[in-house]
Write a protein that binds this ligand. Structure first.
Ligand code: IMP
Ligand code: MG
Length: 183
């Protein structure tokens, strides 16, 4: 995407560049390749936010793996996290599987705490979480994230899959959405 695309005008700052994202995703893929040797992991994409990260990440993992998709919606006003609801469940069983949940961002921790609660009693061999972004200062529910790409401050970010009102998912960078867009 060209830098003069009008979407860039809605950002107050570019927080993470395409190149930084690329390097980090590559490193995460290498770590997962090491940690899951011989385990045929099942990677779960949490729609829609993690779709871009997910498709890049799986191509940096050098071994056989399976994929599946889940959709969660979180109802809250504007940029605030709200109640969480399951919109689409997995197609496959996770019994005996080494599961890796792939998220775009952990904010309050509510979404992933809810997901772990649902998946915990389905007999998986292991369940771990990878998130591209983490806002540790926003946590209201205690939650351990096993792999993190970037820790970021408490700001509302868009791009690389992350949206505001379904927009900006196709931005190749991660940027802070200018407050004028939602205040
Ligand atoms: P949590 O349940 O509060 O941890 O929020 C997680 C979900 O809220 C993520 O999967 C995102 O879809 C969304 N979210 C949280 N922070 C942001 C942000 O800064 N930009 C875009 N979406 C966000
Ligand atoms: Mg979202």
């Amino acid at each position: 995407m060209k830098q003069d695309c009008p979407m860039y005008e809605d950002l107050s700052e570019i927080l993470i560049t395409e190149e930084q994202i690329k390097n980090t995703v590559k490193n995460l893929g290498a770590r997962i390749t090491r940690d899951y040797q011989g385990k045929n992991p099942l990677l779960i994409c949490i729609l829609k936010g993690s779709s871009v990260f997910f498709t890049d990440l799986i191509r940096e993992i050098d071994m056989p793996l399976d994929i599946d998709f889940m959709a969660i919606s979180s109802y809250g006003p504007n940029t605030v996290s709200g109640e969480v609801r399951l919109v689409k469940d997995l197609d496959c069983s996770i019994e005996g599987r080494n599961v890796l949940i792939v998220e775009d961002i952990v904010d309050s921790g509510k979404t992933l705490a809810y997901l772990k609660r649902i998946l915990n009693n389905r007999g998986a061999a292991s369940i771990r979480i990878i998130s591209l972004l983490d806002k540790p200062s926003c946590r209201t529910v205690p939650l351990a994230v096993d792999y993190i790409g970037f820790e970021i401050p408490n700001a509302f970010v868009v791009g690389y899959g992350l949206d505001f009102n379904e927009k900006y998912r196709n931005l190749p960078v991660i940027g802070v959405l200018d407050e004028k867009m939602y205040k």
